[in-house]
Design a binder for this molecule. Structure first.
Ligand SMILES: Cc1cc2nc3c(=O)[nH]c(=O)nc-3n(C[C@H](O)[C@H](O)[C@H](O)COP(=O)(O)OP(=O)(O)OC[C@H]3O[C@@H](n4cnc5c(N)ncnc54)[C@H](O)[C@@H]3O)c2cc1C
Length: 525
């Protein structure tokens, strides 16, 4: 970790950058700190295979197009929420105009840049990562108050200033609003907010649920656990602003919900009423709901419940999804399931809300249900995304007749997938073709190089749109979890594990962050 002096130094530099003061005066003033950081950053600058500008120019979706025909304005606002206009825009936070040549990561505050750099650096060095993960796992599962992040102030503070600050929105409404405002000011179209409380099934936990439930216990579950889940999600919807998303997990609703999910039962009356209340509040506030995909043992029931709510809340016409289900591309059965859901949506005349992910339970779900290798998962993910965007069946999503209307949240940190989507959308804008309602989502604290490219591109594209160019303006969203440090600790553990598992991407991200740090210090341009 950086010493507090170094942190102070970088904060000062950040202020200096904002005030456009020459960085070299800070360099001389704090030369001893720079001397320590210099070798690391210079090595990063050297490690970068492609200098930023050259790399930017090589991106196919970054080029401006020359038109021979009269220019026509193409709006990017293809998504209309029920009862609200231009819901995807964030009118309260005008995005600052910045020159098109600005490096994408320049939108990150310096303190975030340094924290991200250090966390990705630790994640890519095995000798540091192993003990960090073991400690985090111990704390996330600690039963003794002495080791709980919510009761031990030292542990709480250590986590809150590091991993929690990197991946989470905050503990109080004021903290959450502050984080969300900062992201929107950076240029994000909005956020995906989630309440941290969750249940992750391990080993024999599922059977323990059965054993624990007698009548009085069931009553307590209904009264307390569902109520806590409802209040948490209602509060999240209230914290979100018009055009934002709220993500929710049915497994967080307690033991009774968990039992129904495991048995594949229909949603119980208490949980159904609670979910309707959340949906109604979301509709009133112009907030969309993403129902997360979870472990395979409960996913079939989650799908049924999600479709049940989509049928009721996604009826307002084309491009109007309020409720989205999550589809995991690493499962071999996902394309066929998606086709079935599209047919149901078409028959019922409602819009299918699709959040497309690769899948987060590779280590715990039955392996035989998944593609054998990551390449097949990539093919499945990109194939589904392409079919949905073009509204055309292909060799991954095989159906017949006209496709149902679907809105898409492309939730991925994979740069190639995002790039493919951007190319398709640009091509569609160029040709004046209709585009589906679509946003991009990345988790806070992860893949900032991908997110910031989208943010930067959105700013450039808005400018181009203003001059009449036919372009697609991407809508980047960040996924943020809120809750106490203790409630978020299992989420933090998963993020740390994911950074370890996606080592190649982590190294790419670290290089990009290092390059940006070096650039801000004037070592590279
Ligand atoms: C906004 C957002 C919301 C999310 N919501 C959910 C959710 O509700 N449910 C959920 O499950 N996940 C969710 N995720 C996590 C997601 O499923 C992925 O774990 C994560 O995003 C990494 O995948 P990637 O697309 O970013 O790309 P990459 O990092 O390129 O791909 C990594 C993924 O590829 C797959 N994979 C890796 N190795 C193999 C292999 N050998 N064989 C087959 N497949 C392999 C795994 O799915 C792995 O996560 C969400 C992610 C985001 C960004």
């Amino acid at each position: 970790m950086l010493s507090s002096t170094s942190f102070h130094l970088f904060e000062t530099m950040d202020a200096a950058t904002r005030l456009r003061l020459p960085i070299c005066s800070y360099r001389s003033k704090h030369s001893q700190h720079f001397q320590k950081l210099l070798p690391i950053l210079v090595s990063h600058a050297q490690e970068s295979e492609i200098p930023y500008k050259q790399h930017e120019r090589s991106r196919p979706f970054q080029c401006r197009h020359v038109h021979t025909q009269p220019r026509r304005h193409v709006s990017s606002a293809t998504l209309h929420l029920p009862e609200i206009e231009s819901a995807t825009q964030a009118p309260t936070f005008p995005s600052p105009e910045i020159p098109v040549s600005k490096p994408p990561l320049s939108c990150l505050p310096l303190s975030t840049l340094i924290r991200s750099y250090l966390i990705t650096a630790v994640s890519s060095v095995d000798i540091l990562l192993r003990p960090s993960l073991a400690t985090l796992s111990f704390l996330a599962h600690a039963k003794l108050p002495l080791f709980s992040p919510d009761t031990n102030p030292l542990i709480r503070m250590a986590l809150k200033k590091t991993l929690y600050a990197q991946f989470c929105a905050g503990e109080t409404p004021a903290e959450i609003k502050g984080t969300v405002t900062q992201l929107k000011q950076m240029g994000y179209a909005g956020v995906i907010l989630a309440y941290a409380k969750e249940v992750v099934l391990q080993g024999k936990d599922a059977e323990a649920f059965d054993a624990a439930l007698d009548c009085s216990e069931q009553e307590r579950c209904t009264q307390e656990e569902i109520a806590a889940w409802t209040n948490g999600n209602m509060e999240t919807v209230r914290l979100a602003e018009k055009g934002d998303f709220v993500a929710l997990k049915f497994t967080g609703a307690g033991r009774q919900a968990m039992q129904s999910l495991l048995k594949g039962d229909i949603c119980g009356p208490n949980l159904e009423e609670a979910t309707h209340n959340i949906c109604r509040l979301a509709r009133e506030r112009g907030v969309r709901l993403l129902f997360d995909a979870e472990q395979n043992a409960v996913q079939a029931a989650i799908d049924r419940w999600t479709i049940h709510f989509m049928k009721e809340y996604n009826r307002a016409g084309k491009g109007s999804a309020l409720v989205y289900g999550t589809y995991q591309a690493y499962l071999k059965g996902t394309p066929a399931k998606l086709v079935r859901h599209m047919e149901e949506a078409k028959r019922g005349g409602w819009t299918l809300g699709v959040k497309l992910v690769r899948g987060a339970y590779l280590g715990s779900d039955p392996r035989q249900l998944m593609w054998e290798d990551i390449e097949s998962t990539h093919r499945c993910y990109d194939g589904i995304a392409e079919a949905l965007m073009r509204r055309r069946w292909n060799d991954v999503l095989k159906g017949e007749g006209e496709m149902a209307h679907a809105d898409l949240v492309l939730a991925s940190h994979n740069r190639e997938s995002v790039k493919q989507a951007r190319t398709i959308r640009d091509e569609q804008a160029q040709k004046g073709e209709a585009r589906i309602g679509m946003v991009y989502g990345q988790l806070m604290g992860m893949a900032d190089n991908v997110s910031c490219e989208l943010v930067q591109e959105a700013k450039e594209r808005k400018e181009m749109e203003r001059t009449g160019e036919k372009v697609d303006v991407p809508q980047p969203f960040k996924y943020l979890v809120w809750g106490t440090v203790g409630q978020c600790s299992k989420y933090l553990l998963r993020r740390a594990q994911e950074n370890r598992d996606a080592i190649a991407r982590t190294v790419d991200g670290r290089k990009a962050l290092g390059r940006e740090l070096a650039r801000r210090m004037g070592f590279v341009r």
